[in-house]
Design a protein around this ligand. Structure first.
Ligand code: 2YC
Length: 285
């Protein structure tokens, strides 16, 4: 996953108010409705304003990313939850979040970005939530994925989770990556997954695309009427691609954060690849 920079996320807080309208235009739902749909939660069961969400800046690794915590706070706040960025970072920030009675704590180091539910010992993960969100958006934009073929560009952590989720949706998956062996690994691991060595040809051959790569995608490769769901950062498409595609769903952080927020309140344990724990569905807690 691309490590964000202050420059990549500088427009998030001002863009958040327009996200609902953009999402409505593309998939017919606002962000909170979409996040509940993605997590199969009845929006009537979730009182967003009941939740206090703390975002703790973390200084480890590459350090704090200017605007990252504020961007997460803006995205969660737009869903109707009460969100704030702690004054302190790291452990002191976590202590501040707990003593302020936060129900959910968002924090990210260079490896993991999680939303931890302080009441239910559950946490959601940005990688899975982003993959789940963008596969769900593709399904809504396309009107279902059962029996269809989807190209996943990028066999990294988000692309790998997206392959798994697409298969759960009954889609056949083609996967392409500049490091072809990463695609072959997925082909060997799952049935209904085909590794495609020629990235450009794979893009030309597919109308349904989930782009989980940091690469730029030239519009001459895009089919007319393509339906594209693109968590990849930075934004990959040029004017020709935007003209030819039926729809391109992309934002730099908020959609994954929205799904994290809902999943952190509705799952008791999480199917965390590292921990191998399978998610159980809980009533909203
Ligand atoms: O500002 C902070 O608290 C930093 N520690 C945040 C570091 C985030 C690093 N991860 C990323 O940039 C991306 C995120 C979109 C999610 C996964 N990787």
């Amino acid at each position: 996953m691309t490590r964000l920079t202050a420059d990549l996320i500088k427009d998030v807080p001002s863009h958040v108010p327009r996200l609902d309208d953009e999402l409505n235009d593309k998939i017919g739902m606002d962000m909170r409705t979409f996040a509940c749909y993605a997590m199969d939660v009845d929006i009537k069961d979730l009182d967003f304003d009941r939740y206090t969400v703390a975002i703790v800046p973390v200084t480890s690794g590459g350090g704090v990313i200017g605007g990252f915590s504020a961007s997460v706070a803006a995205a969660v706040g737009a869903m109707g939850m009460r969100s704030f960025v702690t004054g302190a970072c790291d452990v002191t920030g976590v202590a501040e979040a707990f003593s302020s009675g936060a129900d959910i704590i968002f924090m990210a180091d260079d490896e993991r970005f999680i939303a931890l539910n302080t009441r239910t010992r559950s946490f959601s993960d940005n990688i899975w939530s982003t993959a789940k969100g963008y596969v769900t958006a593709l399904k809504l934009a396309e009107g279902g994925l059962e029996g269809k073929t989807v190209l996943v560009i990028g066999a990294g952590r988000v692309g790998t989770e997206a392959v798994k989720i697409l298969r759960e949706e009954g889609a056949s998956v083609e996967v392409t990556d500049i490091l072809h062996k990463r695609s072959v690994t997925l082909e060997n691991r799952f049935d209904n997954v085909k590794a495609k060595k020629d990235v450009k040809q794979a893009i030309k051959d597919n109308r349904l695309i989930l782009n989980a790569s940091p690469g730029l995608i030239s519009g001459d490769l895009i089919q007319n009427g393509a339906v594209i769901s693109s968590p990849g950062v930075p934004y990959a498409f040029d004017a020709e691609g935007e003209r030819k595609a039926k729809v391109i769903i992309h934002d730099v952080l908020s959609l994954g954060v929205a799904v994290m927020a809902v999943s952190s309140v509705c799952l008791s344990l999480f199917n965390i690849p590292a921990a191998g724990v399978v998610a159980e569905k809980l009533v909203i807690s």
